[in-house]
Design a protein around this ligand. Structure first.
Ligand code: GTP
Length: 716
């Protein structure tokens, strides 16, 4: 399908529809050759009762009869007796020492709800379409938070989330809802997911613990790039989707257009769409009845051995590593001894509970529930909390099948981080370690630079991800840190077939390295989906062509255009999104996915100061950009380096070529100041002496570049 014009937007992310997900590839092929979405989507409709969040998710279709109908109680239901019962676990499964604590009213209410009345769901939407606001509104509607706390973005807990108004970490919240139709309590788990493309790993993880989703579309903006992308992720995960048109209170709302787009793009029935305003609360009361009606309940057996998926983890200063888990089978309570399939490590459960919306301890959590757990003693290393890991009761490893786990996200953007003051290395190391625990998509390696000392090389999913991490490092940990310019990896294939992927430009071989001469270089490319109003089409084409992109298809939906381009990933770190926003008055939206490597005429750029390369500033760029970037470098570096006693030459080198140069004049001590004007021979002698001195200094003197200069140079 690569390179073929895309007949409809469903096909824009074909690789997300993974094999093995009941969506035969031939269907996609047929559609790609001209048939339209209906060939595919009636299946999606049929799949409204496909529950892939049950214990056989990813491999089987939910059979309504298979649901466990046993009423649940807060008492352990340990009827499994094979290997597990004979293990030391039998003892551990007895109530935690100290006996039962009396159940709280909340626990009593939860324990009376059977799994058939659980619903796990999330909200699928484009960034800023109102997920967090709607989540707050639902929490308020169910009495989980008081009316005064709504609109405070309760689930956006991080400072950076509140400040930037975006969700970075997926948060979850349990709600109890009394359904007016049958007067019964339902246990709902709402997972608030990030909308931005860089946080896709968070989104995918969240979907894994859900049975369905609200597909939220802003009535004034309509379907956007990430609505399409996130729809495909949710669709591939087999989630039941309920269309919801939000922001109907806005003067610019065009509900009919949004409904038309939802129907044409996703083949979802517009008559089933709910029309709401998350801000004013208009129409909100229809959402939870629809969730109960449409979204299948999770399937699991609380009497079986524990089968529990680690969905997320974070670090709490007082309690250590806390894990967010989805229990598929069995139940979990304090004192249980459990084992990780990924690491083989054994743990004793210290506390279990639910997010309501803050952590509320429970006697136990059981099959179908999403909750938190921490251990006593806690996990030793932060790396032990492997997202996607399966846990079971100790002794049940042979009878429980682990989940396949999650695909490791691949970092696309790399930076190096150094403490401004090397004596703060350990402190900064701890801060970075804690943030990495909270964000498993970040990769971390030790690094060092001649200019900046010891530090780390960090890999991120995208530039926003990278800048959010920097903000968090500064805000939450008060870190004083120098961060180098972001770069993407480069692949070198040598003539003997050996491959090397370079993520640190300083480690890229110099142009005169004998192996590089016969090597082929590759840069990563992405398939980008860009949505914009038709009026800006021409300007956006210009920008995309300038990125060395290849047009792979354009679709028109009324006045909305959806374009598909293959572009170098390097253009994303060069603020492509900012440029698109600038050219479209902020209307353009962008989504992308990894599309492998493309052969490219790449060259290593060095910044030379008096002929010495400054390793922290090296970069691999396309040859066509070398002169422009080189010019910008030397001019900017000159601005930030203080003058020395001797002349400093700043050069940008691309491969073997010097592409730009600036000279920083030395301090000029006026050695002639006290001399009489007519004393010419004395005057010449003094100037000669000064020249000699400068020459000597230049030969032996190191250019002293203060950390501050680097900081200023590296900051945008
Ligand atoms: N007028 C109006 N504004 C709304 C409505 N829902 C949300 N908003 C506003 O839209 C903006 C974005 O809302 P959020 O809830 O933060 O959006 P989000 O989808 O969670 O954003 P991310 O988490 O970054 O993906 C905020 O300024 C909200 O106040 C609505 O129904 N009507």
């Amino acid at each position: 399908m690569r390179g073929a014009p895309c007949p409809n937007i469903l096909l824009m992310r074909p690789c997300l529809l993974r094999p093995g997900l009941h969506l035969p590839r031939c269907r996609l092929g047929q559609a790609a050759r001209g048939s339209t979405i209906p060939a595919i989507l009636p299946r999606a409709q049929k799949r409204t009762n496909v529950s892939l969040s049950d214990s056989k998710r990813r491999i089987s279709v939910y059979n309504g009869n298979a649901a466990v109908s046993r009423p649940v109680s807060a008492e352990p239901l340990r009827t499994f007796s094979s290997t597990c019962a004979n293990s030391s676990n039998a003892k551990a499964n007895a109530p935690a020492s100290g006996g039962h604590k009396p159940m709280t009213e909340l626990e009593k209410r939860i324990s009376a709800i059977p799994i058939e009345r659980y619903r796990n769901f999330c909200i699928v939407a484009h960034i800023d379409h109102g997920k967090s606001t709607l989540s707050d509104r639902l929490l308020e509607h169910t009495g989980t938070i008081s009316a005064g706390d709504a609109n405070k973005q309760v689930l956006d807990k991080l400072d950076v989330e509140r400040e930037r108004g975006i969700t970075v970490k997926a948060q979850t919240c349990t709600m109890i809802y009394k359904n007016p139709k049958d007067g019964l309590d339902y246990l709902l788990h709402l997972v608030d997911t990030p909308g931005h493309v860089d946080f896709r790993a968070e989104v995918t993880r969240s979907y894994a613990s859900c049975g369905g989703a609200l597909l939220l579309v802003d009535a004034s903006q309509g379907v956007q790039a990430q609505t399409v992308a996130n729809f495909h992720l949710a669709f591939a995960e087999g989630l039941t989707l309920i269309p919801v048109v939000n922001k109907i209170d806005m003067a610019s709302a065009d509900v009919e257009r949004a409904l038309d787009q939802i129907e044409r793009a996703f083949e979802l029935e517009p008559s089933k769409a709910l029309r709401v305003s998350a801000k004013t609360g208009l129409g909100i009361e229809k959402i939870l009845p629809a969730v109960i009606e449409e979204i299948p309940h999770p399937v699991g057996d609380a009497s079986k051995p524990l089968r529990m998926l680690l969905v997320d983890s974070w670090y709490d200063t007082f309690r250590g590593v806390i894990c967010l888990v989805r229990v598929f089978d069995g139940q979990l309570k304090a004192g249980d001894k459990i084992v990780s399939f990924a690491t083989g490590n054994q743990y004793t459960v210290g506390e279990v509970g639910i997010q309501y919306p803050n952590q509320v301890p429970q006697t136990l959590i059981r099959a179908g529930q999403v909750g938190y757990v921490f251990f006593n003693p806690g996990m030793k290393k932060i790396q032990d909390a492997k997202i996607g890991d399966t846990f079971t009761n100790l002794g049940c490893e042979n009878v429980v099948e682990p989940y396949p786990g999650f695909e490791e996200p691949k970092p696309m953007v790399f930076v190096a981080a150094f403490p401004t003051d090397q004596s703060n290395y350990t402190k900064l190391s701890d801060s970075i370690g804690q943030l990495v625990l909270n964000d498993r998509s970040v990769t971390l390696q030790k690094d060092s630079s001649d200019a900046l000392g010891a530090g780390w090389r960090l890999g991120f999913l995208g530039s926003l991800h990278c800048s959010v991490f920097q903000d968090r490092l500064r805000q939450e940990h008060g870190a004083d840190v120098i961060i180098t310019e972001p770069s993407v990896p480069t692949k070198i294939v040598y003539s003997d077939g050996e491959e090397d992927i370079i993520t640190n430009p300083a480690q890229f071989p110099e142009y005169d390295h004998h192996r590089l001469r016969s090597a082929t270089l590759y840069e990563p490319v992405v398939k980008a989906t860009i949505a914009l109003p038709e009026d800006y089409y021409g300007r956006v084409i210009e920008i995309l062509e300038a990125t060395r992109g290849t047009n792979e298809g354009v679709e028109f939906f009324g006045n909305q255009v959806i374009m598909k381009y293959e572009i170098p990933a390097a253009s994303l770190v060069d603020d492509l999104f900012g440029k698109l926003k600038g050219a479209t008055k902020g209307y353009a939206t962008l989504d992308y996915e990894d599309a492998g490597w493309r052969e490219s005429d790449l060259v290593k750029m060095n910044l030379l100061v008096n002929k010495e390369p400054v390793d922290a500033i090296a970069r691999i760029v396309h040859r066509s950009q070398a002169v422009r970037l080189g010019r910008a470098w030397v001019v900017k570096f000159k601005e930030h380096v203080s003058r020395q006693m001797f002349e400093v030459v700043i050069q940008a080198q691309a491969g073997r070529q010097i592409v730009a140069r600036e000279t920083l004049k030395p301090f000029r001590k006026d050695v002639l100041a006290k001399l009489h004007a007519s004393d010419i021979s004395r005057r010449r002698k003094l100037l000669e002496k000064q020249k000699e001195g400068r020459k000597r200094l230049r030969a032996v003197g190191n250019v002293v570049i203060e950390q501050e200069s680097f900081q200023k140079f590296l900051s945008k």
